[in-house]
Design a protein around this ligand. Structure first.
Ligand SMILES: Cc1cc2nc3c(=O)[nH]c(=O)nc-3n(C[C@H](O)[C@H](O)[C@H](O)COP(=O)(O)OP(=O)(O)OC[C@H]3O[C@@H](n4cnc5c(N)ncnc54)[C@H](O)[C@@H]3O)c2cc1C
Length: 461
C-alpha cells in the first residue's frame, strides 16, 4: 500500500492528530532503551480496543509489520521497527478501569504506568507486587510483554504470576478475552503463553491483575561487605535457612560508587559489595526474622549494617538501587545490561568469571542485580561511538550469557530477548525446542506481522 494511502486510512480510524509521520516523530520512535535502531513508516496512537482492532486488521490485510509500544524502556530491542511498518503506541489507553477489592483484582488499560497503579492501590491499603526498577515510567502492557520482574519478585513472583486475564487483539484484528478474575482456567494456559511474548502474538488492550494487601510492617537492611564472595554466600545462606525476604539485591563497588556520587544514598565508597535486604509481613515476628538475617550476615563476613529507621531512610536506600542504571552513565556514555540468571549457589563463582570477561575485553563491568533470584545484571560500560569498544561489549555480553547458560542458568531473567539476544537463544534451546515456538507463532500470526523478527531466531541453516 502506498504510504499516503496508508496514512489516510489510519487517520480515518484514529483521527488525524493520532497519526504521526514527520521525520522527527519517526526518528523518535526508531529506538528504545537498547542499543538498536530502526525506523517505522508511521506511528499510530489508538484510543480504544476497537481502534486497535481496526489498525491491526488493516496491517493484516496489507501485510504490514505492527509493533506495540508502551514506554519503550525495554533493554533488548523489543520495540525497534526493524522492518519498518506501524508502531502502535498505546499511550492514550492509560486508565485504571476497576479496582475490585473483594475479588482482589484490578483491571487496567495497557499504558497505565506501573508506579501510578502502585500509588493508587496504596491509597486503598493494597499493592501490586511486581516492581521493575523502571516502574516510574514502564507500562503494565510493557511489563506483560516482557514478563517483567523486580526486587520484590523473589518473594512474590514475576508478572506472569499476577496476570489473571487479558483482552487481546489478534493478528487479523479480532478481539478475544482470555482468563478473567478467577485463579484458575480450564483449557490451554493462554495467559502463560501471552505473558513474555514481546508483542509477537497479539496486542494487549486490557489486563486483569492480582492485588495483595500492603504489608503491615517492612524492615530494610543495608549489609556492607569487603568481598563479593561473602555477599554472594550470604544470599545462598539466607534462602537455605528458609527465609524468603521480600527483596535481596546486590550492588558491587563500581556501581555503588557511581550511585553514591549521583544519588547520595549513604552507600560506603570503600566496600566491595552491599546487599539490600528487605523483609515484609506481619509486625509480629519481623524483628525475629531480622535478627536471624543479621546472624547469617555475621557468619558470612559482613562488615557493618544500616537498618532504615523510617520510610524516608528506606526510600533513600531504594532510590540508590533504582537509580543505579542511570548513575553508571556518569562513567561511560553507553552501557549494555546482560540479564542472565544462574542458580543462586553459583553466584560467587559466576561473578568472578564476569570479572575475568571484563579483564579479557578491557571493559569495566559493574554489577547490580536481583541476587535472591540469581538474576545477574552485569553492566558493561563502553562508548558506542567507538566501533572497537562496541564490538568488544557485544562479545563480552555474549560470553557472559554463555557462562550463565553453562552454570545451569538462562539468558534472560526479565529483560526479554528482543533482537539483542536472538543468537543466544541457541545456547539454551535446541532446534526442536525453537521449532515448537515457531509453530505457535505461525498458528497465531500466520502472516508474521506482529513484531516480526523478535524473540524467536530463524532456524540455523
Ligand atoms: C533503568 C531501567 C531499569 C529497568 N529495570 C527493570 C527491572 O528491574 N525489571 C524488569 O523486568 N525490567 C526492567 N527494565 C526493562 C523495562 O523497563 C521493562 O521490560 C518494562 O516492562 C518495559 O515496559 P515498557 O512500557 O517500556 O514496554 P516497551 O519497552 O514499550 O515494550 C516492551 C515489549 O512489550 C511489547 N508490548 C508493549 N506493550 C504491549 C501491549 N499492549 N501488547 C502487547 N505487547 C506489548 C513491546 O512490543 C515490546 O516487545 C529496566 C529498564 C530500564 C531502562
Amino acid at each position: 500500500m502506498n504510504k499516503h494511502i496508508l496514512i489516510s486510512a489510519l487517520q480515518e480510524i484514529v483521527g488525524d492528530p493520532n497519526v504521526l509521520f514527520s521525520q522527527m516523530d519517526l526518528t523518535l520512535y526508531g529506538y528504545d532503551a537498547s542499543l538498536e535502531k530502526g525506523m517505522p513508516d508511521v506511528v499510530v496512537l489508538p484510543g480504544s480496543t476497537q481502534e486497535v482492532g481496526a489498525v491491526v486488521a488493516l496491517a493484516h490485510h496489507e501485510e504490514i509489520p505492527i509493533i506495540a509500544r508502551g514506554s519503550g524502556t525495554n533493554i533488548s530491542g523489543g520495540t525497534i521497527p526493524i522492518r519498518g511498518g506501524i508502531v502502535l503506541h498505546l499511550s492514550r489507553m492509560n486508565r485504571i478501569l476497576e479496582i475490585d477489592i473483594p475479588n482482589r483484582t484490578v483491571t487496567v488499560e495497557p499504558c497505565v504506568i506501573t508506579q501510578d497503579l502502585q500509588n493508587r492501590l496504596l491509597e486503598e491499603g493494597f499493592t501490586y507486587a511486581p516492581d521493575p526498577a523502571s516502574m516510574k515510567v514502564s507500562t503494565l502492557g510493557g511489563n506483560v510483554g516482557e514478563n517483567s520482574g523486580g526486587p520484590h519478585c523473589l518473594k512474590y513472583g514475576v508478572t506472569t504470576n499476577h496476570v489473571l486475564g487479558a483482552e487481546v487483539v489478534l493478528h487479523d484484528g479480532s478481539i478475544v478475552r482470555i482468563g478473567n478474575k478467577s485463579q484458575d482456567h480450564p483449557g490451554y494456559d493462554l495467559i502463560g503463553l501471552l505473558v513474555g511474548s514481546e508483542g509477537t502474538l497479539g496486542v494487549v488492550t486490557k489486563i486483569v491483575l492480582k492485588i495483595l494487601r500492603a504489608p503491615e510492617a517492612v524492615k530494610t537492611i543495608l549489609a556492607i561487605y569487603d568481598t563479593v564472595e561473602d555477599a554472594g554466600n550470604t544470599v545462598s545462606a539466607i534462602i537455605a535457612e528458609g527465609i524468603i525476604p521480600a527483596t535481596l539485591e546486590m550492588m558491587d563497588h563500581l556501581v555503588m560508587k557511581a550511585v553514591e556520587e549521583s544519588v547520595h544514598a549513604g552507600y560506603p565508597l570503600d566496600a566491595a559489595a552491599v546487599l539490600i535486604i528487605e523483609l515484609d509481613g506481619l509486625r509480629n515476628g519481623i524483628e525475629r526474622q531480622a535478627g536471624k538475617i543479621v546472624e547469617i550476615c555475621r557468619a558470612n563476613g559482613v562488615r557493618e549494617f544500616h537498618v532504615a529507621k523510617n520510610a524516608a531512610e528506606r526510600e533513600e536506600l531504594w532510590a540508590g538501587r533504582r537509580g543505579a542504571f542511570g548513575a553508571v552513565s556518569r562513567l561511560k556514555p553507553s552501557y549494555m545490561v546482560c540479564d542472565g540468571t544462574v542458580p543462586r549457589t553459583r553466584l560467587p563463582e559466576v561473578l568472578s568469571k564476569v570479572i575475568h570477561v571484563g579483564e579479557k575485553y578491557h571493559l569495566s563491568i559493574g554489577n547490580v542485580f536481583h541476587a535472591g533470584d540469581g538474576n545477574l545484571h552485569p553492566l558493561i560500560l563502553f562508548d558506542e561511538r567507538n566501533e572497537k569498544e562496541l564490538a568488544a561489549a557485544k562479545a563480552a555480553s555474549s560470553e557472559i550469557l554463555k557462562i550463565c547458560a553453562e552454570a545451569g542458568g538462562t539468558i534472560s531473567g526479565e529483560h526479554g530477548i528482543g533482537i539483542e539476544k536472538l543468537d543466544e537463544m541457541f545456547l539454551i534451546f535446541s532446534d526442536a525446542d525453537l521449532e515448537v515456538m515457531r509453530w505457535v507463532k505461525r498458528a497465531l500470526d500466520p502472516k508474521n506481522i506482529l513484531n516480526p523478527g523478535k524473540l524467536i531466531p530463524v532456524a540455523h541453516s
